[in-house]
Design a protein around this ligand. Structure first.
Ligand SMILES: Nc1ncnc2c1ncn2[C@@H]1O[C@H](COP(=O)(O)OP(=O)(O)OP(=O)(O)O)[C@@H](O)[C@H]1O
Ligand SMILES: [Mg+2]
Length: 317
């Protein structure tokens, strides 16, 4: 089977509020599929519908060919879920959380201990194996939550903002584990509002805003949609006078000049063309570059272009 998740017109109303609006997409087997959008876009609601934690108002979805509502029990044994809020049992130790989760999934006792030991190693939780979950830091708890979702070796894993609020080291560990899952053939559906994370991790990204799916593509192809966001950034060894600034803005291929602190950003769809022109410009005026960089479009530029919105919102949940 090449498609692990098939979504058809999935819709969710909360009273009058249309949280998810006729969303359709497919996730291929073994890919890391990112669901990217700002706060309130409908990411968690979509994930909760796909994992049968909330009923769709309209539409349907298949996981490995099984209907998320009708076949929910069968789906449970092949799917791992990492919810937005931690679902660890605070009174249990790290290891007991893992073995207890294994029991809930119907794993045999012998299997549970071995798998728990494997996961405490993989998630770097060995030093904390006998601590109560209540004592664990946010990052450790998140790792445990993810480890719990993998106890029964699911073939499709849903993660809701797994790195949100975590430090660099914990985030990196989690991203490495997601890549490991991919190497082992697991299909990963991950929500995030962190564009750089989506860019680094995902094979394809769906962009959702106000409940509407506005694009589904690879990060690189999405970025091509915003080629006008390419730029050359240059800082000179002295300030420019207004005439020189004017001349800079009129260089070939430059569509816009922005002064940013001690630098100028020259927006251009063809940065090499600007580079060719900028050296004669400097030579004629006795200017030297302190720094000179070219920038491709970022996923953030794409997001702004697609949604007409500003920067991503802060990471606090
Ligand atoms: N249980 C609920 N009852 C009523 N409205 C809800 C409920 N859950 C979510 N909503 C609303 O549905 C919309 C989508 O919310 P959702 O949690 O899916 O967004 P999100 O993309 O996951 O956002 P975030 O990045 O903040 O986690 C929001 O307007 C939210 O207020
Ligand atoms: Mg959410």
């Amino acid at each position: 089977m090449n498609t692990s998740i098939e979504v058809n017109g999935l819709t969710k109303y909360y009273g009058q509020l249309l949280a998810v609006d006729r969303v359709s997409f497919e996730v291929e087997t073994g890919e890391i599929f990112g669901f990217l959008g700002p706060n309130g876009a409908g990411k968690t609601t979509t994930l909760r519908m796909l994992t049968n934690l909330t009923r769709p108002s309209e539409g349907s979805a298949l996981i490995l060919g099984m209907d998320t509502v009708r076949d929910s029990l069968r789906i449970k044994s092949v799917v791992g879920i990492v919810p937005e809020a931690s679902n660890v049992f605070n009174e249990l130790t790290t290891v007991s959380n893992l073995t207890f989760t294994g029991a809930l999934y119907g794993m045999r006792r012998g299997q549970r201990a071995g798998r728990a030991a494997e996961l405490t190693g993989l998630f770097d939780l060995e030093a904390h194996r006998n601590r109560k979950a209540a004592e664990l830091s946010l990052g450790l708890k998140r790792r445990l939550t993810i480890a719990m979702s993998l106890m029964h070796r699911p073939s499709v894993v849903f993660l809701d903002e797994p790195t949100s609020g975590l430090d660099v080291e914990s985030s990196r560990l989690i991203r490495d584990i997601v890549r490991d899952l991919h190497r082992n053939g697991v299909t990963v559906f991950i929500t995030t509002h962190n564009m750089e994370e989506a860019n680094q991790l995902c094979h394809r990204i769906a962009v959702i805003d106000h409940g509407n799916l506005i694009a589904v593509d690879t990060p690189e192809r999405l970025k091509q949609a915003a080629t006008e966001a390419q730029a050359v950034e240059v800082a000179f060894d002295r300030n420019l006078d207004p005439g020189e600034e004017e001349a800079l803005s009129r260089l070939p291929c430059v569509s816009e000049l922005r002064a940013l602190g001690d630098k100028y950003r020259l927006i251009a769809s063809d940065p090499p063309c600007v580079l060719e022109a900028i050296y004669p410009f400097m030579n004629e005026r006795g200017l030297k570059p302190v720094s000179l960089n070219t920038f491709g479009p970022s996923l953030e530029d794409v997001f702004v272009k697609l949604t007409g919105k500003g920067k991503e919102q802060p990471a606090n949940e």
